[in-house]
Design a binder for this molecule. Structure first.
Ligand code: DX5
Ligand code: ZN
Length: 222
């Protein structure tokens, strides 16, 4: 299925960390809709990236929404810091704290959009009692921690189930897919119902002179 409505969210994980400000300016100019920022703590996931001070420093390089994907536990003590640093969407994993509903409420109290992320083995049923409290569902199509992994096709059925659930609810909830998105896989993800596509490797491949073509190719294949 082809649609122009999809949003592309390049993941900074695949950018050059030595020049992140310039990378954000370049990927913004190339047509990114959101800037996807992967926050990892070396504990919840086996990799370590960046935190609120870096996000704050990067805020001035773009007006595009910062889509902040928190892979940290416990997540609650740092929500205020990420909101204050300039996050627009804050997405958490249910396993990252004891009270998911409270966590989502806090994100909205802070004036931010609240997202919940399901790992490849996490059940759709976890959404049952929080549909009123989320603005975004993030389906992980790889196990979180690293860029450049292969898309896990079993997640397509989960995406389709969640799409039906969102449509039946009548709520305005984005359905984002993260991991292994490329011109080979994006079409299936969109056909299953995704409307925000994270792409790290596929966005940043080949350096800045390729970014606009990379994003255009993803849109064309969506
Ligand atoms: C993985 C991250 C992803 C990652 C995607 O834990 O959440 O956002 O950067 O990278 P690609 O697009 O290369 O699979
Ligand atoms: Zn991510």
């Amino acid at each position: 299925m082809s649609t122009n409505a999809v949003r592309i969210a390049p993941s900074l994980l695949s950018a050059d960390f030595g020049i992140l400000g310039a990378e954000i300016e370049a990927i913004d100019a190339a047509g990114a809709d959101f800037i996807h920022i992967d926050v990892m703590d070396g504990h919840f996931v086996p990799n370590l990236t960046l935190g609120p001070p870096v996000i704050r420093a990067l805020r001035r390089f773009t007006a595009k929404p910062f889509d902040v994907h928190l892979m940290i536990a416990p997540v609650d003590p740092l929500l205020d810091a990420f909101a204050d640093a300039g996050a627009d969407i804050i997405t958490v994993h249910p396993e990252a704290g004891p009270h998911l509903h409270r966590t989502l409420q806090r994100i909205r109290q802070l004036g931010k959009k609240a997202g919940v992320s399901l790992n490849p083995a996490s059940p759709v049923a976890w959404l049952d009692s929080i549909m009123d409290d989320i603005d975004l569902v993030l389906v992980m199509s790889v196990n979180p921690g690293f860029g450049g992994q292969a898309f896990i096709s079993s997640q397509l059925d989960k995406i389709a189930q969640i799409r039906r659930r969102i449509d039946l609810s009548g709520r305005d909830i984005m359905l984002e897919v993260d991991g292994g998105i490329s011109i080979q896989t994006i079409g299936d993800a969109v056909a299953a119902g995704a409307d925000v596509l994270v792409a790290g490797t596929a966005s940043f491949a080949g350096g800045p002179e390729r970014y606009a073509d990379n994003i255009a190719a993803l849109r064309a294949a969506a």
